[in-house]
Structures are given as structure tokens and as C-alpha cells.
Design a protein around this ligand. Structure first.
Ligand code: FE2
Length: 209
């Protein structure tokens, strides 16, 4: 693996082309690749814009690599019909973490996978909701992890894929993970602002919900 352009980045960071090759390696079908890789490119674009505007101290190379890889675990959750096994979807982050670990990447990169689901999953969430995950805290802690996790909330790999407004995401978050999680989302919104989802939706030809 060759390094990205920043001289401060360690040589273990994969390039954009390395990451595309990894997606192709794990994607079960061309359609799955298109859906997941496009989503990861969207998240990388949104995260970079918010980094530049609201958190310029965050490392752009790590944000880009983390965003482009955060959903690599999703490929293992497609069934034979090419649909997600939704019952196991909450596991895609830890699956991705394990894939990157096996590929020889550092923990710092693997964590972008395991710590991006919802606005973070805690031990307590796992116990209370009986989630099918090893008991641990899967919470974005660095600014780079938080940018990727937050940017991910504005685009969904639904059929057809869609951009989401902050209001739409917050409503779904409360339904899925409980209303107490919306405070965490609102704190990220205050910190990083909101991306121009309407403009991005038009450019990608995706709907906006
Ligand atoms: Fe994602």
C-alpha cells in the first residue's frame, strides 16, 4: 500500500485506488459495489467539506480513508438475492473492523468501521436492546471518527439511495435507538454544521428525504 499525499500520514494509509480495489475484492455483485462504494464516496465528500469548514485541525487523509472504508463490512451482509440481511445490519461495523484488521491495517483505521453506527453504540445499548454485538463501546472519539460517523447520517443505501436532511435522520434515530440518542446528534450538528444535502442530491441524481 502506498501512502496518500500528506507527509504527516503514515505509510500504512491506503490510497483511493487501493480502497476501490478492496471494495471490489469484497463486493458480492457489481450492484453491491456500486451501491456501497458510491455511498462511501458521498460520505467522504460530505465529511471533507465539514472538516474544511468546521474542523480544519482534523487530518484530511484519515477522514478520507476512514470515510471510504467505513462500510466495507456491509458486503458480508448481502443475501443471495442481493438484499441486505437487515436483522444483522447492526453488525456491519464490527465486520468491517475485522476485515480491515485481517487486511493488516492499523486499529486507528479499523475503528472508522466499528464506531460509525448510529451516533455510537455503548455497552449499555447492547445490553438493554439485546444487540447481536460483542459487549463493548463502539463510539467515535477522535474528530476524524466523529466527522465520518456524522457525515454518514446524511446519506442512506436504501433502494433507491437517498440523501437525508438532519430532521429526517433525527426522527429515524429516535425511533431506532431511542430519543436519548438525538442529543448526541444535535451536539454534532452544532459542532460540524449541516452539509448541503439538496445540492449533493441533485448532483448525484439521488432523492432527498
Ligand atoms: Fe455508511
Amino acid at each position: 500500500m502506498s501512502s496518500l499525499s500528506s507527509p504527516s500520514s503514515p505509510p500504512s494509509l491506503p490510497t483511493v485506488d487501493d480502497i476501490r480495489a478492496l471494495h471490489l475484492k469484497y463486493a458480492p455483485t457489481p450492484e453491491a459495489f456500486e451501491l456501497v462504494h458510491t455511498h462511501c464516496r458521498v460520505v467522504a465528500e460530505l465529511a471533507e467539506r465539514m472538516r474544511a469548514e468546521a474542523a480544519p485541525e482534523a487530518d484530511a487523509e484519515w477522514v478520507r480513508a476512514g470515510a471510504l472504508l467505513h462500510d466495507i463490512g456491509v458486503y458480508e451482509l448481502f443475501d443471495a438475492d442481493g438484499r441486505f440481511r437487515m436483522g444483522e445490519y447492526v453488525r456491519h461495523g464490527v465486520i468491517g473492523h475485522e476485515i480491515l484488521r485481517r487486511e493488516g491495517f492499523p486499529e486507528r483505521l479499523c475503528r472508522f468501521c466499528s464506531c460509525h453506527t448510529g451516533v455510537g453504540i455503548t455497552r449499555d445499548d447492547i445490553r438493554r436492546q439485546g444487540l447481536p454485538l460483542p459487549e463493548a463501546d463502539y463510539v467515535a472519539t477522535t474528530t476524524e471518527e466523529q466527522l465520518v460517523m456524522y457525515a454518514d447520517k446524511f446519506h442512506t443505501k436504501s433502494d433507491p439511495p437517498a440523501f437525508l436532511t438532519a430532521e429526517t435522520y433525527a426522527a429515524g434515530l429516535a425511533r431506532m435507538f431511542g430519543p436519548e440518542k438525538t442529543a448526541g446528534f444535535e451536539a454534532l450538528r452544532d459542532r460540524f454544521g449541516e452539509p448541503d444535502v439538496a445540492g449533493c442530491a441533485a448532483r448525484y441524481g439521488h432523492v432527498l428525504r
